[in-house]
Design a protein around this ligand. Structure first.
Ligand code: SF4
Ligand code: SF4
Length: 307
């Protein structure tokens, strides 16, 4: 699979300079705090903004699977209610919803089309030291042939390619594109594997092994740490990450501490899912500054709060 949910132009938080960020759909991890839940499942999904539904009934009328019924009117009016187990993702309801409250997320792009879109802003990349960031979801878990071809094409066009990864993919996928990738934005969540399994859904073993592997191969890596008070927002958890990097000789020109935020929480309802991180919190500003000092004292000079 290599479906894409969004191509975001003029991005300034996904690597150096001005970038085009391509969000791939599909990831093996399930971080509680994920703010792009529409990029977790590998298959296309129907996203519905139910509070905005005007109850016109057009979607119900065209649904070939009988997956939509109109609710009884209440103080919010009538709403289109979906039975997702019946939905066959035909997209007919999307086409008729006049308010665009229904969106089918996830579309595959032929390589030529995606490269053409990425090259549209090459002038901005050159002026700003930017380029293209492949993100997700987990880009490294996509069809490796597609990703290798895409990265090589962009490289040959002189575009700086950055890969934003959580690291959960076979090492061979990384190895195949190492020479063509300028920078890796590599997520490290928490070293304690019990916590990792709880909050991320899988062991961190492969993730950390892959990080060691690409570092040994000379990759340029920015370490990114989603910082959540209940997960890793404490001095001991930070110390464990620092120790891991030092023990394994992993050099990094930049560390980004990304404070938890819940801005993606509204997306879960649109996908018919519960937001799993309602009880998680961000460290205070003072705590975030103290983590920066902790990293600085450990010899990491360029530590930023945020992307
Ligand atoms: S995508 Fe197709 S099957 Fe699914 S709810 Fe819409 S019209 Fe019905
Ligand atoms: S077509 Fe759109 S506005 Fe009309 S009932 Fe369906 S979701 Fe609601």
């Amino acid at each position: 699979m290599h479906a894409i949910t969004n191509i975001q132009k003029y991005s300034i938080h996904d690597g150096d300079g001005i970038r085009t960020t391509v969000f791939f759909k599909g990831c093996h991890l399930r971080c509680w705090w994920c703010h792009n839940p529409e990029t977790q499942n590998f298959d296309p999904e129907l996203q519905i903004d139910i509070p905005k539904c005007t109850g016109c009934g057009r979607c119900e009328a065209v649904c070939p699977a009988g997956a939509i019924t109109m609710s009884e009117p209440d103080e919010n009016g009538r709403k289109a209610v979906i039975d997702r187990s019946k939905c066959i993702l035909c997209g007919k309801c999307v086409d008729v919803c006049l308010g665009n409250f229904r969106v089918l997320v996830g579309r595959e792009y032929p390589i030529n089309e995606l490269v053409r879109i990425c090259l549209q802003d090459q002038m901005f990349y050159e002026q700003s030291g930017g380029g293209v960031t492949l993100s997700g979801g987990e880009v490294m878990a996509m069809d490796p042939d597609y990703i290798q071809t895409l990265v090589k094409r962009l490289y040959r066009e002189g575009v700086d390619v950055t890969i934003d990864t959580c690291g959960q993919a076979p090492y061979s996928n990384f190895e195949a594109i190492l020479p063509y990738v300028h920078t890796w934005l590599y997520d490290v969540k928490v070293i304690d594997d019990v916590k990792h399994k709880k909050y991320v859904g899988m062991s961190n073993r492969l993730i950390l092994d892959n990080l060691k592997g690409i570092a040994k191969a000379g990759a340029r890596i920015y370490i990114r740490i989603p910082t959540v008070k209940e997960v890793n927002g404490d001095p001991e958890s930070m110390a464990q990450i620092i120790e891991f990097l030092k023990e394994n000789g992993i050099q990094t020109p930049q560390v980004n501490l990304l404070p938890y935020h819940s801005t993606g929480s509204h997306k879960y309802g649109k996908l018919g899912r519960e937001y799993p991180a309602a009880e998680l919190t961000a460290p205070s500003d003072e705590e975030m500054k103290s983590f920066v000092e902790q990293w600085n004292k450990a010899g990491f000079a360029n530590v930023k709060i945020g992307g």
